[in-house]
Design a protein around this ligand. Structure first.
Ligand SMILES: [Zn+2]
Length: 197
């Protein structure tokens, strides 16, 4: 292989879900087998890198300061559903069972994997509550040790302002998250949320 090829392969290998073999296959595909496709891909990546960012309020992906959900005045801004990742939000949206807004943490607390509160979009959530934006937090975090620790951290660090905190759970498989649940399960999980403090 050539130095430039190996450099690209090394970058690809660092992407989630790609190992050495798949990185090699993609690099070969782009450079040797279908090089005509490459300029469009590079252009799309450059355009996305310039315009896509985190919503300043909730952490969802956005192309302005706020995401489409935060900008939608028909949604109930006083109910905030807290999720780990953007695909969790997408799954909940697909269920059609939720009309509030969201807060994306971009992960969950994990001392073992070295994920501390400052690595997550947690302070912004506490600030939203502090500013009085939310009457209810729905914790839609994984049903595992890290999800539990993250729920605990949030409730421990909420200021004195009164806010109802519920957690979904009903129907979700143990150890599972929002992303892999089907729409019916998510709907019942939302409806079956229970008080969390
Ligand atoms: Zn937003």
């Amino acid at each position: 292989m050539t130095p430039a090829f190996e450099k690209l392969q090394k970058q690809l290998k660092q992407l989630p879900g790609l190992g050495y073999r798949s990185a090699e296959r993609i690099a070969l595909h782009l450079l040797v087998e279908k090089p005509a496709k490459l300029p469009a891909l590079v252009e799309a990546m450059q355009e996305a890198a310039k315009s896509v960012r985190r919503c300043e309020r909730c952490g969802n992906i956005a192309e302005g300061e706020r995401c489409a959900l935060c900008a939608d005045e028909k949604r109930d801004g006083s109910v905030v559903c807290v999720v780990e990742h953007v695909p969790d939000l997408v799954a909940l949206e697909r269920s059609g069972a939720y009309r509030g807004v969201y807060h994306v943490l971009h992960g969950k607390l994990s001392p073992i994997q070295g994920v501390a509160p400052e690595d997550l979009n947690l302070q912004a959530l506490l600030d939203r509550v502090e500013r009085g934006e939310a009457n209810e937090l729905i914790l839609a975090l994984s049903n595992d040790v890290e999800g539990e620790a993250t729920c605990h951290y949030i409730t421990q660090h909420l200021g004195p302002r009164g806010v109802k905190v519920t957690r979904i759970g009903f129907g979700l498989p143990s150890g599972g998250g929002v992303l892999y649940a089907d729409s019916v399960t998510l709907k019942s999980a939302l409806e079956g949320r229970r008080d969390y403090r």
